[in-house]
Write a protein that binds this ligand. Structure first.
Ligand code: NOJ
Length: 740
């Protein structure tokens, strides 16, 4: 890998902005420069004297977590009018899946497999946030997440680099618009760089050990795509990567991000991650932490004060050069110029017309509809036909809870503005169906069964028991990991109790992660997995349950049978002894004292199957689709070229429906082992019953490239298999050969 590709580029003309930055920089004291490198939390709707003085003195360049618009304007006013150089503030906030209008959690958005929907959600979130004075969001979160125990899987885009790359690009476009300077654009932040999703044991903040080829083939591509899509900023991960915490990781932040990928925006640390270098055991004290973080490539310290307290001395003592500090501060000032803050940093307080308006709610509902994944539908119990049932029993703590359906990272959404399932079902049913509601459990993790009796009675007297269960919002998200990912509390017992009534069960699950459902799946007739669907979850789920629209979400992450299978993801390596249906042996069928080699000697478990409960990409529809006629425009392609692969998809069912057509490949023999399947293309299409469509994919050999033993990213000659279908276990297949 050439040491510094970016320096080989022609030096850009000094633009207007660049010359303004140079001029401003020449007027700044060291203190003011270091101030720009510091980010502090707001005072929660107030401006304390301390914060006022800090801003007046130019000792802080950005504020996070202040959402009171009047206060934000006041802060900007202090920065612009009362500080010596009048430099406006960056105002950061975790606008992760909406601001006032809450869209499905990012994992749910990933289940839409719809880049347009994801872009729209980010765009509307940017509109609402910018009208509230925010100019920087700490999103998208693009950590590849293959461990459902990890609470932060909820805010991720799932397990797959290809899907994550495409949706990350859409999110960045949605937040930033065409120009950062447009009134409703906000700066995006690609986080958490890098490898955070691989935290050992799915426990937050834990160590990660990721070999470089895996890092480059799996974890880094979404970040590289974010750079290519013009993301304005990056955030370093809390985690330790191969022995060096990301916050002090020069290789990651400088060699890769700056020198290989030529990223020119600022990099912010995570919350107090700089002093945590001492806790990691890599810095002796906070001064050493500031030195290590700054020289590794952290431009802005979030929330703590190691930079402000120590960088000045470190610069004076020549541990850090002033020219390096100037480069860092230029990046921060350039962002402020690009955002148009020097022209206008104030947000009119009358401007909030767009918040939670009809368009936003409509998009939120459409996104929630597309995100719900139908996992099971026995004998087509769904959709529920309004004319065919008299009584519907709605059961469960998540049926009528506007707060919990918003999920994690929904700070600025209000429970009272959410529309719940119970409300929406009642509105839809009118007088045509009796709706009986039994909450059954105080909350999703309650172990008390006092409410079961009422729920059982309600189910006994109903045509269908609609159980709305899952995880309340606080059970996923940052620092909310679970070692057991079954339905929490007494939910399995509740399902068992309702099952015993003999009334068919439709189970809707709201959750921030895959849930292990093996113990309940046989007891229910249908399962609709709704993630945390956000403000419009109720109306979206109602439309799906009653067949106004067919489910079309597809899993962005594998659903294990049991937590012991984790990590379980579709793009596994084959190994030398791959498991198979033939070699799979259940523990109970082994004879006592059977010889060691009595089994198939392949990679299976004795006490569960090696396959997942639901594979990546899976999701049913009310209709059915057939895939036929896979065709390639050539069977041999030279590296540097593209091949066209097409398939005929037909709607052979009875409903108008969307389908997500997925293309997977396998590189059969390579210089390093390759996954058994990799997603290389997808398209969401809509088909009326009886209609067919030829879906065409163009696959360039660049998409087949991977990091080899020398860490060169290259496609290799050889045979490739390709599959197209409705999930990662697709069987319609063809092959092609790549030549040099
Ligand atoms: C810590 C989280 O890891 C990060 O994702 C978030 O943006 C910051 N806190 C700020 O809230």
């Amino acid at each position: 890998m050439p040491a510094n590709l970016c320096q080989q580029r022609p030096v850009a003309d000094i633009s207007d902005t660049a010359s303004k930055v140079v001029t401003l920089l020449s007027k700044m004291t060291i203190e003011e420069k270091v101030g720009q490198m510091s980010q502090l939390p707001g005072d929660g709707g107030n401006v304390s004297n301390r914060l006022r003085k800090t801003i007046e003195n130019g000792h802080v360049g950005s504020i996070l977590n202040e959402v009171n618009l009047d206060t934000i304007n006041e802060l900007q006013q202090i920065a612009i009018q009362d500080s010596r150089l009048g430099i406006p503030l960056l105002i950061g906030r975790d606008v992760i899946h909406g601001f006032s209008t809450i869209f499905p959690i990012p994992l749910g958005q990933a289940a839409t497999w719809s880049p347009d929907t994801v872009e729209q959600c980010a765009n509307l979130a940017a509109i609402e946030a910018s009208e509230n004075g925010i100019n920087w969001t700490f999103a998208p979160m693009i950590d590849i997440s293959r461990d459902p125990r990890w609470g932060r899987i909820a805010e991720s885009l799932g397990e797959d680099p290809f899907l994550c790359k495409s949706l990350a690009t859409s999110m960045v476009r949605g937040f930033q618009g065409d120009e950062l300077s447009m009134p409703n654009s906000i700066a995006a932040c690609a986080k958490h760089f890098a490898g955070y999703g691989a935290s050992e044991g799915g426990r937050d903040y834990n160590t990660t050990n990721i070999p470089e080829h895996e890092l480059r083939n799996v974890y880094l591509p979404p970040f590289k795509a974010a750079v290519e899509s013009g993301v304005a900023t990056f955030m370093a991960s809390f985690s330790d990567l191969n022995g060096v915490p990301a916050t002090a990781n020069n290789w990651l932040l400088t060699d890769v991000l700056r020198n290989e990928w030529c990223f020119t925006g600022p990099v912010v640390s995570d919350w107090e991650a700089v002093p945590q270098l001492v806790t990691h055991g890599i810095s002796v004290d906070r001064c050493d932490a500031a030195l290590q973080a700054c020289t590794a490539g952290i431009d802005i310290e979030m929330a703590s004060d190691c930079y402000f307290n120590h960088l000045i001395q470190l610069i004076n003592d020549k541990f850090i050069s002033i020219s390096e500090v100037d480069r860092i501060v230029s990046r921060i000032l350039t962002l402020k110029f690009n955002l148009g803050l020097f022209s206008n940093a104030f947000t009119p307080s009358t401007q909030k017309a767009n918040v939670l308006n009809k368009t936003h709610l409509k998009v939120a509902k459409e996104a929630a509809i597309k995100s719900c994944v139908l996992l099971k539908n026995n004998e087509q119990i769904l959709p529920i036909s309004k004319g065919k049932i008299n009584t519907l029993s709605v059961i469960g703590p998540l049926a009528n809870d506007g707060y919990e359906q918003m999920g994690t990272w929904a700070f600025d959404g209000k429970a009272s503005q959410s529309q719940t399932c119970l409300q929406a079902i009642k509105d839809y049913a009118g007088n045509a169906i009796n709706i009986n509601y039994a909450v059954a459990m105080e909350n999703s993790r309650s172990n008390h069964q006092q409410g079961f009796g009422q729920a059982i009675e309600s189910a006994k007297n109903a045509d269908i028991a609609l159980m709305i269960l899952g995880e309340e919002a606080i059970l996923s998200g940052e620092a909310h990991c679970r070692a057991n990912i079954d339905l929490p509390g007494a939910q399995e017992q509740l399902i068992e109790a309702i099952h015993k009534t003999g009334t068919p069960i439709v189970l809707v699950i709201m959750a921030g992660r895959p849930i292990t459902l093996e113990k309940v799946i046989a007891k229910v007739d249908a399962i609709l997995f709704a993630w945390h669907p956000g403000t419009m979850g109720g109306p979206a789920i109602t439309d799906l349950l009653f067949g106004l629209v067919s489910p079309s979400g597809k899993l962005p992450v594998t659903f294990p049978r049991t937590v012991g299978q984790v990590p379980l993801y579709y793009a596994q390596k084959n190994s030398g002894r791959p498991p198979s249906q033939e070699t799979f042996v259940d523990m109970d069928s082994i004879e006592v004292r059977a010889p060691q080699t009595s089994l198939g000697m392949t990679g299976t478990y004795l006490d569960t199957h090696f396959t997942p409960l639901f594979p990546f990409g899976y999701g049913l529809s009310y209709s059915q689709f057939s895939y036929t006629d896979i065709k390639l425009n050539k069977e041999v392609i030279a590296i540097g070229n593209a091949i066209e692969i097409s398939v005929t998809v037909s709607n052979i069912g009875r409903y108008n429906a969307d389908e997500v057509v997925q293309l997977y490949t396998r590189d059969l023999v390579a210089s390093v082992t390759r996954p058994v399947r990799e997603l290389k293309g997808y398209q969401r299409i809509s088909l009326a019953p009886g209609k067919s469509q030829v879906v065409m994919f163009e696959l360039h050999t660049d998409e087949l490239a991977f990091h080899n033993r020398k860490m060169e990213c290259k496609a290799e000659a050889g045979l490739f298999h390709v599959w197209i279908g409705g999930d990662s276990s697709a069987t319609l297949t063809a092959e092609f050969r790549v030549i040099n």
